[in-house]
Design a binder for this molecule. Structure first.
Ligand code: FE2
Length: 297
């Protein structure tokens, strides 16, 4: 990963935030005292739903866990938007997407979905994209622009940004130079310190960051995929990833490892001056006994 060390230092701040997150579990006041005009955002990621409502990952019913997380999101209302950053379903099934869409639509909040490596992007769009639940390339809310990238490859768990996606990114950043910007994708564009997971990172981050570096309005980059909390900073840009709404991966592992931490969501306050306040809220306890010795999922 020489590219990263040559190009820009990445300041890791995950450990401190991991500690803080425990202190603030289930605190509905996280959006209190925001400057007027701030956007109240919730990210839910990697729900891994199945067509079968009883579908589990490592013993955890992913639909029930998703419902519990959406209950938590309701305690943070009113929300300006919800971001769903990939692996919406585990089995690529239209019925799985329908479970997700029904629940997100009930929240009556602008919701933006992007694909993950477990998704079927065309199926996802055909089922999910309707009304306030959208699959789009960008959206603007007040003084902020959000860019949504598809970093998936067919039949491959790793990530890649095609020429088309990179062009979409550049065009959107060019068209909204006056807006603070949050770029969202599924795969991690920097290593997160788990060797097994870093083999499934974005495989062309240099082209991605070349574009980001030309646009100082980019304030943050947000992703899913890693099923764990992560916060860092690169050239003043926040790098943020989040727990899954189902099973968690243990940080700092050479090989696949499960973390017994409960499922969670991330809240983000996008301030009018471009700053981002953010944190993680988890369920008080894990809703099932996870098989911690599993070698995969
Ligand atoms: Fe996932």
């Amino acid at each position: 990963m020489n590219y990263y060390s040559k190009q820009a230092p990445i300041i890791l701040i995950t450990e401190m935030s991991r500690f803080r997150a425990h202190k603030h579990d289930m605190d509905s006041r996280v959006f209190a005292n925001l400057p007027p005009g701030s956007l109240r955002v919730v990210q839910v990621t990697d729900p891994h739903l199945h067509a079968n409502p009883s579908g589990c990952l490592l013993g955890l019913n992913t639909l029930e866990s998703f419902d519990r997380i959406l209950d938590t999101a309701r305690t943070l209302a009113p929300l300006d938007m919800i971001l769903v950053t990939g692996d919406l379903v585990h089995d690529g099934s239209p019925v799985g997407y329908a479970h997700l869409r029904k629940r997100l639509a009930a929240l009556q909040t602008p919701t933006y979905c992007i694909a993950g490596n477990h998704d079927q992007p065309a199926v996802m769009r055909s089922v999910v994209h309707r009304g306030k639940v959208q699959v789009v390339t960008s959206a603007q809310h007040r003084g902020w622009s959000l860019v949504f990238l598809n970093s998936t490859l067919p039949d491959n768990d790793g990530g890649h940004l095609s020429d088309q996606e990179l062009e979409n990114l550049a065009n959107s950043l060019q068209a909204h130079r006056d807006k603070h910007t949050l770029v969202c994708l599924h795969h991690h564009p920097v290593p997160v310190g788990s060797a097994w997971m870093d083999t499934m990172a974005l495989d062309n981050p240099e082209r991605f960051f070349d574009i980001i570096d030309q646009h100082p309005q980019v304030r943050g980059i947000l992703w899913g995929h890693i099923h764990q909390e992560f916060e860092a900073e690169r050239k003043g840009v926040r790098l943020i990833a989040s727990p899954s709404t189902c099973i968690q991966f243990a940080p700092g592992q050479d090989e696949f490892g499960v973390d017994p931490l409960p499922p969670g969501l991330r809240w983000l306050a996008l301030l009018p001056d471009g700053r981002i306040r953010t944190g993680v809220q988890r369920l008080a306890v894990c809703p099932a006994e996870i098989d911690l010795r599993s070698a995969g999922y």
